[in-house]
Design a protein around this ligand. Sequence first.
Ligand SMILES: Nc1ncnc2c1ncn2[C@@H]1O[C@H](COP(=O)(O)OP(=O)(O)OP(=O)(O)O)[C@@H](O)[C@H]1O
Ligand SMILES: [Mg+2]
Length: 364
Amino acid sequence: MITTTGLTKVYRAHRARGHEITALDGVDLHVREGEVYGVIGQSGAGKSSLIRCVNLLERPTAGTVTVAGQDLTALAGRGPRAGRELRKARSNIGMIFQHFNLLSSRTVQDNVELPLEILGKSGKERSRKALELLDLVGLTDKAKAYPAQLSGGQKQRVGIARALAGDPKVLLSDEATSALDPETTRSILHLLRDLNRQLGLTVLLITHEMDVVKTVCDSAALMENGRIVESGTVTELLATPGSELAAALFPVSGDASADDRTVVDVTFQGDAATQPVISQLARTYNIDISILGAAMDTVAGKQVGRMRIELPGRYEENVVPIGFLRERGLQLDLVEAAADTAAADTAAADKAAQASVPAKEGAK
Ligand SMILES: Nc1ncnc2c1ncn2[C@@H]1O[C@H](COP(=O)(O)OP(=O)(O)OP(=O)(O)O)[C@@H](O)[C@H]1O
Ligand SMILES: [Mg+2]
């Protein structure tokens, strides 16, 4: 539904040479129809630049943006005559903002009607649509109120209703919940999820909060220095060994209690999440397993968890139990081998473990 290829944005802060900032450095983004896609990254990573280039509020320096099958960059490049076509293509895209961007002199209903006025709809049509949308976001009783009379969460609901006025296929959200308290954030996220399901709306959201990704996203990408360094469905990411995003979604900690121990992070997904694998492991091999840390949660409606466990003995001695876990479809990340095990030995043992029991490769 949204595809960018080689998207690049270079800001020229000054006319003078040497003052260029590469905010986007060849971004290939692929958001599928009907999914909620989260882009996460530190401040300055280029997230807002990405979203502004996707709806052509910002003109990319290079690369292409396709939304709902239309190449927006091509339209933007064809001069003023294509301007109208670009505006029409843009009506496929709704946008919500961190600070809501409501007009304080207009009532809630009039704010929602604004884009419909621009589209040249009749008064009757505008008012019917606005009231329908206010109902959808749960604000029917606030139609005649002014923005100043609303809470932050209510203002964002108005922002969402306004974004939906042109029946967009895609909703873009730039930190739409970061000015809200946690509970209001949750209610807005649930609203976005409901709209995604009810209307089949594709949502691209920018956030710096991992919780947002965990609550609503089907897929996610991590941005660093203008590049996407990791991306995929949340399920795929969790199944990717060494994924930074997965580790950030499910941080687990805990140190080995002694030198001759093996510490492993285990990721549980789907059926594996509900099976008593750890107790089976302990019983099958008659070993004591310590749980050093754990995090369980529901991601996109599926139960997922991570656990850091400690097995007695060095890694080489645990090749068989580790194979047992891999065989059950669990993803294992070795945290640290025993102190006196050289890296080469670990690699060799790892190879042996992989060879004796073929590891289930992730979906990637
Ligand atoms: N209009 C602009 N002119 C010049 N430089 C800009 C402009 N907009 C953004 N930048 C620069 O581009 C880089 C990426 O900025 P961007 O706003 O996309 O980051 P971000 O990931 O959204 O950060 P944040 O989380 O703080 O919102 C930064 O170095 C920023 O200073
Ligand atoms: Mg930003």
